[in-house]
Design a protein around this ligand. Structure first.
Ligand SMILES: [Zn+2]
Ligand SMILES: [Zn+2]
Length: 269
């Protein structure tokens, strides 16, 4: 190689290396979803395009549980309520989610869940706070409570992922955060994939409030990462209401894409 070319490459190589070093000091890696180099000053390790691409819940959803009910129609003066909520299936008063559990939002939640990504938890908390404030009448609460893990599970993981969202959310809303008010008394079954019935069965009566905890007449904002069937939020809500809570609202980052309840309209109920 001629000396000049080698020198050019050397300089360019050095520049690339130097700029990589500068970037790596501030932003040690690319976007954890698309791998694009992160250029903002945010501590959230996901680029703005990926953050903007999270699938939003449908406009046409159940007033109560927030589940998509695209197939149902309502008149102007009648609230849109799904069949399960017409039958008062859930103990919580209302549930809302920031997005649909698919695509990049699944990846983001897995990062939060398995890598204890606190800045990402705070980012999601910000979005949930915006939602709660937008619907300030129906989402008003007195305390914020994370859906708990069983003691053994939390000990082995080292943290509760729901707490990574609920704590900054409580701070944003100016409400007390009650991380130890609710406990999971029965662990989740070791099987990874649960059927619909197994999901409901595995959480029924699996939660309780800690003896002596103050929940009387409180409106509880219950926080979790994902709502799948609503069974977990329902079981937590029942435990809180039994202990005297006035009402329970559920707020999650995401919810299952499809209505995982038996669909009454398909004749499978
Ligand atoms: Zn990205
Ligand atoms: Zn509903």
């Amino acid at each position: 190689m001629p000396a000049a070319a080698s020198e050019r490459r050397g300089v360019r190589g050095w520049l690339v290396e130097a700029s990589d070093a500068v970037v790596s000091v501030f932003f040690p890696a690319g976007c954890r979803i698309c791998d694009k180099l992160l250029t903002g000053a945010s501590r959230v390790p996901i680029c703005s395009e990926c953050l903007d691409s999270f699938p939003a819940p449908p406009d046409k959803k159940c007033e109560v549980c927030g589940q998509s009910i695209a197939c149902m129609t309502s008149t102007e003066d009648q609230a849109l309520v799904c069949r399960a909520c017409q039958q008062k299936m859930y103990a919580f008063e209302r549930a809302r989610s920031y997005g649909i559990y698919e695509g990049p939002l699944v990846q983001a939640i897995l990062l939060l869940k398995w890598e204890r990504m606190e800045p990402l938890g705070a980012w999601f908390a910000g979005r949930l706070a915006e939602m709660a404030l937008r619907e300030s009448q129906s989402m008003a609460a007195d305390i914020v409570v994370p859906v708990p893990l069983h003691r053994d599970r939390e000990r082995s993981r080292g943290y509760n992922q729901a707490g990574l969202i609920s704590k900054p959310l409580a701070r944003e809303l100016g409400l007390p955060h009650k991380a130890v008010l609710l406990i999971r008394t029965r662990p989740r079954p070791p099987k990874q994939v649960l059927t619909l019935e197994e999901r409901w069965e595995s959480v029924r009566g699996a939660f309780a409030t800690r003896p002596g905890s103050q929940v009387d007449k409180k409106r509880v904002l219950l926080v979790d990462d994902v709502m799948t069937t609503g069974a977990t939020l329902d079981a937590c809500a029942r435990a809180l209401l039994e202990s005297g809570a006035k009402s329970v609202l559920g707020l999650t980052i995401a919810r299952a894409a499809r209505n995982t309840l038996p669909d009454p309209d398909s004749g499978n109920l």
